[in-house]
Design a protein around this ligand. Structure first.
Ligand code: FES
Length: 83
């Protein structure tokens, strides 16, 4: 099975709004998810300029954007992609 692709925006807005802490995401993944997820950084995803998308930090999980991303919302979305 393909890994779930998690892209953490490291553009300036997201970075200052909390994406800096999300760089540690891998450490917080539950053991059963660790080998099913590929985490990478991304330049500005362009979402911080679109007010329909809520607020930074933004992360995408298999292309689905999460606003106000935190470790819990990311893990929840990863689990949805795996079901
Ligand atoms: S800086 Fe993250 S979407 Fe623009």
């Amino acid at each position: 099975m393909d890994k779930v692709q998690v892209k953490i925006c490291v553009g300036t807005t997201c970075y200052v709004m909390g994406a800096a802490d999300l760089q540690e995401l891998e450490r917080f993944l539950p053991d059963d998810l660790k080998d099913k997820v590929e985490i990478s950084g991304s330049p500005c995803l362009g979402l911080c300029r679109d007010e329909n998308y809520g607020s930074a930090p933004f992360v995408t999980v298999n292309g689905e954007a999460i606003a106000n991303a935190d470790v819990n919302s990311i893990i929840e979305t990863i689990r949805k992609k795996l079901t």
